[in-house]
Design a protein around this ligand. Structure first.
Ligand code: ATP
Length: 380
């Protein structure tokens, strides 16, 4: 187990003379035993970051430390790190036992009986002891993924690195393996860096999520902090499905003026905005209140466009009433699945001030995040 530190880590690739900054000055301090998920859109630098930690890619500038010791120049084989990839990369001619033992046989002097014991313990932990004598082509995708995990576990590493390890599994198995992996990581207590572009995986598995965009770290915080207190517009839009609604607004005195509505702000919210007038207002779909009549300052007449029933909830796509069919007039609400709403229905949408976020439109920086009170998060 280990603490892993990325200190101003940058990676620049030279692509036929063109400099590509894949990872740009990233600072992350990963605690001993922590489960950190690196997430972001394709090409944001997740895999490159992981590969630098593994020692498969040089660090251009900055320091990478394991338990305080700089490892920039330590070769991959000497880092005591185990990696699990999306492709299981099992040797087809070897049994499960052979696949799990192979790395240990090649890279350690452990006696055979110790290797056998480690393999059998890992197989027990993963619930696959009956598969030890099978070959990979006799296993399902989920079983193959367990073997790949087992191969990492037997090495008893200080750090696990996982690059989209569940991406090849179907949705149901993926959800099951998510929970299993999380439990396993918790039981083993091994510091883990897990890469995914799937924000549900990031939210459900991570102790902390590190969100990258174009190589730049946007936020590194708990999933709920990223969700409720995003640093900027990028994080606000990336985390959450359906995405946060955004409206371009201009402050005029104490009022925000948008294309299709006006929004009066309280003194407390105004105080967060400083001198900034060009703003983006954000509100999460589940915070939009659908009702039959106007009963407050922040209620607007709207027309239902499409309803997507999901069983437990309905995703309702709406437009401000009387607005032209423009993108700026559209927004989404999520309501309980038992409430019925129909396409073309006229209703009122409320944007409670306690739930809005305001971003500086020029920089994307969050100037005001939603209120979070104990009442918003009742404990059981
Ligand atoms: P994905 O989710 O698609 O795997 P990613 O977030 O893991 O993406 P990286 O693979 O780390 O992204 O790539 C980050 C950037 O660095 C991309 O612009 C990519 O094209 C570039 N890149 C990666 N490897 C190299 C390389 N060997 N040479 C040149 N550019 C590279």
């Amino acid at each position: 187990m280990a603490r892993l530190t990325l200190d101003n880590v940058t990676k620049v690739f030279d692509d036929d003379g063109e400099q590509i900054v894949a990872v740009d000055d990233v600072d992350i301090d990963i605690e001993d035993g922590e489960f950190l998920v690196l997430v972001g859109p394709s090409g944001c630098g997740k895999s490159t970051t992981l590969r630098m930690i593994a020692g498969l890619e040089d660090v251009t500038t900055g320091e990478l430390r394991i338990d305080g010791e700089v490892v920039n120049d330590v070769p991959a084989t000497k880092r005591n790190i185990a990696m699990v990839f999306q492709s299981y990369a099992l040797y087809p001619h070897m049994t499960v036992r052979g696949n799990m033992a192979f790395g240990l046989e090649e890279s350690t002097d452990l006696p055979d009986h110790e290797i056998r014991q480690r393999v059998e313990e890992a197989a027990d932990l993963l619930g696959i002891p009956e598969l030890l004598d099978r070959k990979p082509d006799e296993l399902s995708g989920g079983q193959q993924q367990r073997v790949a995990l087992g191969r990492a576990i037997v090495r008893d590493p200080e750090v696990f690195l996982m690059d989209e390890p569940l991406a090849n599994l179907d949705a149901k198995l993926r959800a099951e393996m998510r929970t299993e992996l999380q439990q396993l990581q918790h039981d083993l207590g091994v510091t883990t860096v897990y890469v995914t572009h799937n924000q549900v995986e990031a939210m459900t598995m991570a102790d902390r999520v590190a969100i990258l965009d174009e190589g730049v770290l946007q936020q590194c915080a708990t999933p709920l902090e990223c969700y409720h207190e995003p640093n900027n517009l990028f994080v606000a839009g990336f985390i959450g499905e359906p995405s946060m609604n955004f409206f371009e607004v201009t402050r005029e005195g104490t009022t925000l003026v948008a294309d299709h509505f006006e929004y009066e702000l309280s003194e407390a919210t105004l105080a967060d905005l400083g001198e900034t007038n060009d703003l983006t207002l954000g509100i999460r779909p589940e915070d939009v209140e659908l009702k039959s009549a106007v009963d407050g300052d922040h209620d607007y007449h709207a027309l239902v466009d499409v309803v997507e029933p999901k069983g437990d909830e309905n995703v309702v796509h709406l437009a401000f009433e009387g607005a032209p069919a423009a993108q700026s007039a559209l927004f989404t609400a999520v309501i309980d699945g038992m409430r019925s709403v129909d396409a073309d229905q006229r209703l009122v949408a409320g944007f409670p001030e306690s739930a809005i976020h305001l971003f500086d439109r020029a920089t994307g920086e969050a100037l005001h995040n939603r209120e979070l009170s104990a009442a918003d998060a009742p404990s059981l």
